[in-house]
Design a protein around this ligand. Structure first.
Ligand SMILES: C[S@@+](CC[C@H](N)C(=O)[O-])C[C@H]1O[C@@H](n2cnc3c(N)ncnc32)[C@H](O)[C@@H]1O
Length: 262
């Protein structure tokens, strides 16, 4: 190859690389996981505190309601993807103590997992929980190996939503549910106030408390660019799930999606 051809070859290789969004920015698919790991790695220590502050504690109510929707049965094995610091896993285990449940918390960011493990120790939750680090798009688990799959405030962050959903479908046992809790698009009179809060105040709070304005700017941008609930339902159907439906909470600010593997 002639040296003069190198720049055009490189440009055409870049053209073939798939792109995704990272907040309002476009990045190559293969760049996003390290950007996400870096971002959540920086905020992991204060992640729970910031969740409480920025949602005024509402995320706890949303998660509690989310978990009540999942049908419980004895010896149930849950996979909680993008499980972060373990909120869903802990509530799942404590809500069905008598039924011998188990959960795998799976997340891309080692610091989030480490924080979750420290929390588990503090709360003396040591049985029935495993922590595994990796991408939602490529799960290191056998086909048909879980009784339920949850992803809470995680689908917005993954690089490839379609691959994430098809992996969810693959690892679920037939007849088992997929549940997703995620931000959606708020409607009604509170919309302008919420938009101001999300786009201006959240990054400011991130700056003042953590000196991490860009991380919280990303949070707001990723909420703004996440598809509407109907479009998310269509993706879940596309992955093979049936009985797909969603419910909005707080005027559509967040949505709970579900689908079932036949
Ligand atoms: C907003 S936090 C949600 C944590 C927790 N589920 C909750 O509801 O509090 C998003 C999490 O998704 C994880 N994440 C982002 N992209 C991921 C991917 N491709 N695969 C697995 N985890 C991912 C991040 O590391 C982070 O811990």
């Amino acid at each position: 190859m002639n040296l003069w051809d190198v720049p055009s070859k490189l440009a055409s290789m870049d053209e073939q690389r798939k792109k995704t969004n990272f907040g309002f920015k476009e990045v190559f698919d293969d760049e996003k996981p390290s950007l996400i790991r870096d971002l959540f790695g920086r905020v992991a220590d204060r992640y729970d505190l910031m969740n409480d502050l920025m949602s005024f504690g509402l995320h706890r109510l949303w998660k509690r309601h989310f978990l009540t929707l999942i049908p419980k049965r004895p010896h149930m094995r849950l996979l909680d993807v993008a499980g972060g610091t373990g909120d869903i896993a802990f509530q799942f285990l404590t809500s069905m103590e008598d039924l011998d449940p188990s959960v795998v918390v799976y997340d891309l960011t080692p610091e989030m997992i480490q924080k979750g493990q420290e929390k588990a120790l503090d709360h003396n939750i040591l049985q029935g929980i495993d922590w595994v680090c990796g991408p939602a798009e490529n799960l290191p688990f056998d086909d048909h190996s879980f009784d339920a799959y949850t992803i809470s405030f995680g689908l917005r962050n993954v690089t490839d939503k379609a691959k994430t959903l098809s992996e969810a479908y693959r690892v679920l046992k037939p007849g088992s549910p997929f549940f997703c809790l995620e931000f959606s698009q708020i409607e009604g009179p509170l919309k302008p106030l919420y938009n101001f809060y999300a786009m201006s105040l959240i990054p400011l709070i991130g700056k003042v408390i953590l000196d991490q304005k860009d991380a919280y700017q990303y949070l707001s941008e990723s909420i703004a660019t996440f598809p509407k609930a109907d479009a998310v339902s269509a993706m879940i159907r596309e992955a093979g799930f049936c009985h797909v439906r969603h419910e909005g909470l707080c005027s559509g600010l967040v949505a709970i999606h579900q689908g079932w593997k036949e």
